[in-house]
Ligand binder design. Structure first.
Ligand code: ADP
Length: 375
């Protein structure tokens, strides 16, 4: 009697789940370890361009065709799918190509609570099964694209008037071109600082939209890292010394005049290195900055070390995120956009490298960039 009651409950539950799966807008497919489709809901059928009945029992690989960004077909190898898979870079081939977010969740049915009750009738389920969900993200991608376009156009358009304001402020502040009293000078200097910040913000935003859109163009060339860093440090020496900080470029001390070559985009690399050095200057009050280069495992590693405020462990995992700024008394007074390190990380990764940081609050920071070495 008890068993009957349990079966009735299980049946009612199954009906409810079935109803939910039929009406939701996301595609849902259940298949067994051989990849045979046991359940496919109307949304999945719509996305794949098949008819419901036709797809049941077939192999998922012959029903769901997905292309990645390089137009390579997604390979349905159920044996290798031991862990959940989440992808949002695929398009499904149906009546048309639709961008989708796909999740594949492997599940072991012996682990479900009612397994004992249903074990006699598993309806084609094997021990290991896969739940595949597909969500149409065409609309989302369109609005994201429009948003990016807007930011990109807006920041581009705004750079011109900002440059004009900057130019006129320079003229007003130059004793050869304008006569102003000391109070006016104070005001204009503040305006000049703000216009510089605005110019930097627009330039950064433009870089970020290019990175996010995967439009960052890289022109690779062979770069002699020692030479490159030597002149990068010289270009920023004034900035550091203005704040009373020392700045030096030190070669790997264990080797006699080592030469390191990498293939990189010189403009982008220069932006990366200046960003790190400018940050080191910005977040340091006393002491100095040391830039070094070394090499191991086929990589050339550039490091920028400072004796500044450092970064607490609660911030460290976030500082490479977009718009993230460690929020404390020390940083609040220092201007910034929170975009610099995001640009650094993405630019380095686009050039097949890595970036990381070692730091302790109050003791200074050391940022590392490593890029593949060429002989
Ligand atoms: P920002 O424009 O705020 O400098 P970044 O993306 O360059 O933006 O840096 C993100 C955050 O990381 C900064 O707000 C700061 O809190 C922290 N940070 C970056 N470089 C350093 C450094 N050399 N020393 C201490 N903190 C740093």
């Amino acid at each position: 009697k008890r068993r009957k009651k349990l079966e009735e409950t299980a049946y009612a539950n199954a009906l409810q789940s079935d109803l939910a799966i039929r009406v939701i807008s996301d595609g849902v497919i259940v298949c067994n370890s051989a990849g045979h489709i046991l359940l496919i809901n109307p949304a999945a059928v719509r996305l794949s361009g098949w008819q419901t009945g036709d797809a049941l029992g077939l192999e998922v690989s012959s029903v769901i065709h997905l292309l990645d960004e390089q137009n390579q077909e997604f390979v349905w190898d159920m044996k290798s799918m031991k862990e959940p898979i989440a992808r949002n870079d695929l398009r499904i081939k149906g009546a048309k190509l639709t961008p989708v977010e796909m999740n594949i969740i492997p599940c072991d049915i012996t682990k479900i609570p009612d397994y004992k009750i249903i074990s006699g009738r598993t309806g084609g389920l094997s021990q290991d099964n896969f739940i595949i969900t597909l969500r149409d993200i065409a609309l989302e991608m369109k609005s994201e694209e429009a948003r990016m376009d807007f930011i990109s156009t807006a920041s581009h358009e705004m750079r011109t008037p900002v440059a004009t304001i900057d130019g006129y402020l320079d003229l007003a502040l130059n004793p050869n071109t304008a006569g102003i009293d000391e109070r006016a000078r104070g005001f204009l200097e503040k305006a000049k600082e703000a216009s510089k910040h605005l110019g930097r913000l627009f330039a950064d935003l433009l870089d970020v939209t290019k990175i996010d859109d995967q439009r960052q163009e890289l022109r690779y060339e062979k770069i002699d890292v020692n030479k490159f860093l030597g002149s990068a440090v010289e270009a920023l020496r004034g900035l550091a010394e203005l704040k009373g900080l020392t700045i030096q470029f030190a070669n790997d001390e264990n080797r006699v005049n080592p030469i390191y070559y990498i293939m990189a985009d010189a403009r982008v690399l220069s932006e990366i290195v200046s960003n790190l050095i400018e940050n080191a200057v910005k977040y340091t009050e006393k002491g100095g900055i040391t830039v070094k280069v070394g090499s191991n495992d086929g990589f050339v590693t550039i490091s920028v070390k400072d004796t500044g405020i450092g970064i607490g462990p609660e911030y460290i995992s976030h500082i490479f995120q977009k718009f993230y700024r460690a929020d404390n008394r020390d940083t609040r007074e220092i201007g910034g956009t929170g975009l610099g390190l995001y640009i650094v990380k993405n630019s380095v990764e686009n050039m097949h490298g890595k970036v990381w940081v070692e730091s302790e609050a109050g003791k200074g920071s050391e940022f590392f960039v490593s890029l593949p070495r060429v002989k």
